[in-house]
Design a protein around this ligand. Structure first.
Ligand SMILES: Nc1ncnc2c1ncn2[C@@H]1O[C@H](COP(=O)(O)OP(=O)(O)OP(=O)(O)O)[C@@H](O)[C@H]1O
Ligand SMILES: CC(C)(CO)[C@@H](O)C(=O)[O-]
Ligand code: BAL
Length: 284
């Protein structure tokens, strides 16, 4: 069957590499936007930023099993490939790389990346195997596509710092670019997992961003982080969430930080409401 789409879809590393080889021969600059699909306006912002910085944009769509713990939502994670291809095409993406699990993890696959630094604490305290899975799949994608730049959302702020460090430490010849979080009008960060929220849970969801921005304002005044974090903690619990973490960290290293005198501060939160786990973060 011949596709009528302007976007080309490939499923194998060999086909991805052949397309990249042709573009490189034409002297074109290439951007990669890694995703797990279920694309929304947050992903489109990454693609738009990629279009501004490169001649050709590749989006990868792969729900990576190795970053999910056995108890997590791998089986129910939203999968909307046709709508995703429409959105990517609308955003001017030239190529969708849509591998299956056997393509990414063939029989006998047994290599993972071991992390420290920005991977310590926060998400890792609650999803201990998560970043090893993310780092391994992102390293594979970067080596498969060899883009000039790769774009990631600040919504997953710890992931962005882990990947920046990974690319630097492994001398991957790619510039890692962070893109600001796209939010709903009420402040809720767009996320594929928002579809899990009931109407009542969705109504409570802005509490995360409201509490974070209030804490950021207070820290700007007081310099110290502890009291503002405690106040935000209480506000989020009062809104009906169970808190995994709410912490002030150094914006680049993600080391714990007590005051703005020690460096730039980022506030990061993960909280659960019903069966949904949301994350968010703001700069101070
Ligand atoms: N609201 C957003 N603003 C900017 N970037 C985003 C936003 N949501 C996701 N991204 C980025 O899109 C890329 C792909 O993310 P992913 O496919 O996991 O989507 P997601 O909405 O974050 O889903 P999940 O619910 O799994 O967290 C990541 O770099 C992520 O940070
Ligand atoms: C970077 C990523 C595509 C790796 O699977 C994923 O963690 C995501 O969507 O943020
Ligand atoms: N956007 C992060 C992917 C995950 O939570 O698995």
């Amino acid at each position: 069957m011949t596709s009528t789409r302007a976007i080309r879809t490939v499923h194998t590393v060999a086909a991805l590499r052949e397309q990249v080889r042709q573009w490189r021969a034409d002297g074109e600059r290439i951007a990669l936007v890694p995703t797990m699909g279920a694309l929304h306006a947050g992903h489109v912002a990454l693609m738009d930023a990629a279009r501004e910085k490169a001649d050709r944009v590749i989006v990868s769509i792969f729900v990576n099993p190795t970053q999910f713990a056995p108890t997590e939502d791998l089986s129910r994670y939203p999968r909307t490939l046709e709508a995703d291809l429409d959105k990517a095409e609308g955003a001017g993406v030239a190529l969708a790389f849509v591998p299956d699990v056997a393509q990414m993890y063939p029989e006998g696959f047994c290599t993972t990346i071991s992390l420290s630094g920005p991977a310590l604490g926060l998400e890792t305290d609650f999803r201990p195997t998560h970043f090893a899975g993310v780092a391994t799949v992102v390293a594979k994608l970067l080596i498969q596509a060899l883009p000039d730049i790769a774009l990631f959302g600040e919504k997953d702020y710890q992931q962005l710092q882990v990947i920046s460090r990974l690319a630097h430490d492994l001398d991957l010849p790619v510039e890692v670019v962070g893109v600001p979080t796209v939010r709903e009008a009420d402040g809720v960060a767009l996320s594929s997992r928002n579809v899990y929220l009931s109407a009542e849970e969705r109504a409570a969801a802005p509490a995360l961003y409201v509490a974070l921005t209030a804490a950021a304002r207070r820290i700007t005044f007081e310099a110290t982080t502890a009291d503002a974090v405690e106040e935000a903690h209480a506000a989020i619990i009062a809104a009906g969430f169970e808190l995994d973490y709410l912490e002030a960290r150094h914006a680049a290293t993600l080391a714990p930080i007590a005051s703005t005198m020690e460096g730039p501060v980022r506030l990061l939160v993960a909280a659960r409401i019903g069966s949904t786990r949301l994350i968010d973060n703001v700069a101070v």
